[in-house]
Design a protein around this ligand. Structure first.
Ligand SMILES: Cc1cc2nc3c(=O)[nH]c(=O)nc-3n(C[C@H](O)[C@H](O)[C@H](O)COP(=O)(O)OP(=O)(O)OC[C@H]3O[C@@H](n4cnc5c(N)ncnc54)[C@H](O)[C@@H]3O)c2cc1C
Ligand code: FES
Ligand code: FES
Length: 480
């Protein structure tokens, strides 16, 4: 059985079909048809709902927007589901709805329920958000007729004048109800979906169902049903696995649990690697990042995934587990072929370990895509360079969109170690090395020639951007 709150009502589901999304469940089984379907692929935001979850402090609720069209029913376990129907009280609109009316933020109205739900999650997250934060919260909602200005203005104004609403008034009851669900369930499953909590339970399930698929946030996996119309097999979710949801920062390493969504790991990654800020903000949209896990992105091993190049350039290690033992695999050896990895049968990704960078190392991450928000990379390039007194001691790199797997270019380190980072030939030769290092494909996102050119250009950009940064850390030799 899985259990969740639909607004304030507890719902128990004995049966939980892997082929049905939350959006279909709401529309077809609950007749909550305010939640729309546009793309069924996580791209348009018409299906946005909000999930309330017990926060890390165990004393409050976090409200997050998600795309219900690619959310599996099982992932609702232990959460509160809020849809557009739950906002107004009788004939009185919720403040976010009223703000949209006041600012003329709706025309045909198809996108409006999704927009309102994104506004609602921000209303419960941030008082007086900056323009950047407002944009980020609406990054998953496409509107084809109103235009975004009135929607942005409505969002900004309503958050600035936030008043407690019925959800604030009910917070303690909701929290208690969610805690009850959490306390009452050890093993959670509903027909062919399992949500184990411990590594032992996970290992047992993987042995019992050798053909089962693992699932994290389902933002890749669900597309197999909604886009490719495939039936999904038995599913085992990592969502409740406590040891896959830890963040650990030591003197040398930042370790990130594989089952944490990107929204939960963004702060720690950006605090330690500020250069990743833009790449992470441009990873899909906020509702996708609220579900998509780092483990899912790495295990998916897509050649156009954004985090594998980061792992490669930062010399990260991937920790796998099979319930009996863990293995530590370097990212450089993890991706073995198109969407293939070293992950063995019965194993899952537990965590990713990133070595911390010293002051002599510069990191940059670049994403080139057709659209700024919510788009897949045509090329993703991540570089680091380490110098001592201006002399290169190490270069590492990771690229997406240029080969069948995420790749690095070892030639950069081989050719340039020992040279000055300021040496013009490093810029020029590096550009030529990268322009002929790979054999990218031509596809709808970009031609092979374009991808090669972009690679060379990004190397030059990296070189120019880091010249002064590395000069600033050049150590003055000490003569005794
Ligand atoms: C609209 C949209 C936009 C997107 N934009 C981007 C983007 O900009 N950049 C980008 O890189 N990706 C993007 N993606 C792809 C996707 O969001 C990411 O790959 C995401 O990180 C997948 O994580 P998940 O938890 O949702 O994985 P899931 O869909 O749950 O799983 C993906 C795969 O990983 C396996 N898996 C999951 N967790 C584990 C684990 N712990 N151990 C072993 N195997 C596991 C599953 O079996 C499955 O094969 C986008 C997707 C959508 C729908
Ligand atoms: S229907 Fe388009 S994102 Fe869900
Ligand atoms: S109001 Fe028509 S798509 Fe937004």
């Amino acid at each position: 059985m899985i259990e969740f709150l639909l607004n304030n009502e507890r719902v128990s589901l004995e049966e939980c079909d892997t082929g049905i999304s939350v959006q279909q469940y709401l529309r077809q089984q609950q007749q909550l048809t305010g939640t729309k379907e546009g793309c069924a692929a996580g791209d348009c935001g018409a299906c946005t709902i909000v999930l309330g979850e017990i926060a890390a402090d165990d004393a409050s609720i976090t409200y997050r927007s998600v795309n219900s069209c690619i959310t599996l029913l099982a992932n609702l376990h232990g959460k509160q589901v809020i849809t557009i129907e739950h906002l107004a009280q009788g004939k009185v609109l919720h403040p976010v709805q009223q703000a949209l009316v006041d600012h003329h933020g709706s025309q045909c109205g198809f996108c409006t329920p999704g927009v309102v739900m994104s506004m609602f999650s921000l209303y419960h997250t941030d008082i007086a958000p900056s323009r950047e934060v407002v944009n980020k919260s609406l990054s998953g909602n496409l509107c084809r007729c109103t235009g975004y200005r009135p929607i942005i203005e409505a969002t900004t104004e309503v958050c600035e004048n936030r008043q407690p609403d019925q959800f604030t008034a009910m917070q303690q009851q909701t929290l208690d109800a969610l805690k009850n669900i959490r306390a009452e369930h050890k093993d959670v499953f509903a027909n062919n979906v399992h949500l184990p909590e411990t590594r032992e339970a996970m290992a047992t399930l993987l042995a019992e169902y050798p053909d089962a698929r693992l699932v994290g946030g389902s933002t890749d996996l669900a597309l197999e049903t909604t886009q490719q119309l495939k039936a999904l097999p038995e599913l085992i979710s990592t969502q409740r696995m406590l040891d896959c949801r830890q963040i650990d920062v030591t003197e040398d390493t930042i370790s990130i649990g594989a089952a944490l969504p990107l929204s939960d790991i963004e702060a720690v990654l950006v605090a330690h690697f500020p250069a990743l800020h833009e790449l992470i903000e441009r990873f899909a949209s906020l509702p996708i990042r609220n579900q998509a896990t780092l483990g899912g992105n790495v295990a998916n091993a897509s050649p156009i995934g954004d985090m594998p190049p980061v792992l490669l350039a930062l010399n990260a290690s991937i920790e796998t587990d099979n319930g009996r033992q863990t293995r530590l695999l370097p990212a450089s050896a993890f991706f073995t072929g198109y969407r293939q990895t070293q992950l063995a049968k019965g194993e899952w990704i537990k965590a990713i370990h990133f070595p911390r960078l010293g002051p002599d190392t510069q990191l940059r991450a670049y994403k080139v895509s057709k659209r700024h928000e919510d788009d897949i990379s045509a090329v993703c390039a991540v570089f680091t360079v380490t110098t001592v007194n201006g002399v290169i001691t190490a270069i590492s790199s990771g690229f997406g969109g240029v080969a069948a797997t995420p790749v690095s270019c070892d030639d950069l380190a081989t050719q340039f170690t020992g040279l000055s980072w300021q040496d013009e030939q490093v810029r020029q030769r590096g550009k030529h090395i990268l322009m002929s290092a790979f054999n990218p494909i031509d596809d709808v996102r970009a031609s092979a020639a374009y991808r090669n050119q972009v690679l060379g250009n990004l190397w030059q950009r990296f070189w120019f951007e880091t010249q002064t940064a590395l000069l600033a850390t050049t150590r003055v030799p000490h003569y005794a």
